[in-house]
Design a binder for this molecule. Structure first.
Ligand code: HEC
Length: 279
């Protein structure tokens, strides 16, 4: 039987797809659902091939009547339409200027649709609104908000939102401690072990060349003053680290170390002193 060889194609395909189905993890969700649809289509085409095998093994179905018979039957079943030769049986009595009316049955597919949607609506209501199992819009929305909040939290931790505009002073002991470590490791060579100033200016006084306050200090550390010997640190320190070392520097203001370098720049007065900060 020639047609059997066509079975090889779907058989081969099914083995391939079964691998995807077996591996079906969440990362491949789309692939997984496509595979599922293809399995169904393959099964249908296998059925069709079997049907053709049966039909053509009879050999005498030249007009294809036998092949088409089940489709015709199915069509008749879902439409229940009256064959044209029987139309006189359902012709209504009235006649409007020669226009007459057939009393056609409502086709079963239409009834099916109507009842189907009613049943669906009922099941949907119970599942989504009474049992609360399904994801109604509000839940979906809240879920997305939660996801976004988590992503935002991650971004904040990596310091993606942290820059010279948004940075705030921290007085957290842990942060100041790691700020101190960063300082001793990277900055003390030029600014002194306790910020007293060497090549770089004294960082413990109230005088600043580039402005005091956490935002200005953050900015100087991030971008540096290359022409004056202060390098830019943004490739070596991440924003969180720059914030920590800036806060550490502010925390040592007024410590008045021995052999402190002479003040440079202007005396910095915190702007919040004369703007209402609410407290
Ligand atoms: C190679 C020497 C050198 C190193 C290392 C260095 N600095 Fe500087 N820094 C300087 C110099 C020089 C200046 C002065 C720049 C100027 O005159 O504009 C300066 C200026 C600054 C200022 C501004 C001071 C002001 O008065 O406005 C800050 C804040 C600062 N440095 C912080 C740091 C921090 C934090 C580190 C470590 C991460 C660091 N520096 C590492 C040399 C250095």
């Amino acid at each position: 039987m020639k047609s059997y060889k066509y079975l090889l194609v779907p058989a081969f395909f099914l083995t391939a797809v079964s691998n995807i189905l077996a591996a079906g993890d969440e990362a491949n969700e789309t692939l997984y659902s496509v595979a599922k649809i293809m399995v169904v289509l393959t099964l249908l085409s296998i059925l069709l091939v079997f049907w053709l095998v049966i039909v053509y093994s009879e050999k005498n179905d030249n007009k294809g009547d036998m092949f088409l018979a089940p489709f015709k039957k199915m069509f008749a079943m879902i439409t229940k339409s009256t064959p044209i030769e029987k139309e006189h049986e359902i012709l209504l009595d009235h006649d409007y200027d020669g226009i007459r009316e057939l009393d056609n049955k409502i086709p079963p597919w239409f009834h099916g649709l109507l009842w189907g949607t009613i049943i669906f609506a009922f099941v949907y209501m119970v599942q989504y609104h009474i049992v609360g199992d399904g994801d109604i819009q509000t839940n979906e929305y809240l879920e997305e908000i939660n996801k976004a909040a988590v992503e935002r939290e991650i971004l904040i931790r990596t310091g993606a939102f942290l820059n010279e505009e948004t940075v705030t002073l921290t007085t957290d002991a842990g942060a100041l401690n790691s700020g101190k470590e960063i300082y001793l490791k990277n900055c003390s060579a030029c600014h002194g072990m306790v910020g007293e100033g060497l090549v770089g200016p004294n960082l413990t006084d109230e005088y600043w060349i580039h402005g005091g306050g956490v935002k200005n200090i953050f900015k100087v550390i991030k971008y540096g003053v290359p022409q004056k010997g202060m390098i830019s640190w943004q490739t070596q320190l991440n924003p969180t680290q720059i914030k920590e070392v800036s806060s550490f520097i502010i925390s040592i203001e007024g410590t008045n170390p021995a052999n402190g370098k002479e003040p440079e720049g202007d005396k910095w007065v915190e702007e919040t002193a004369n703007t209402s900060s609410g407290s």
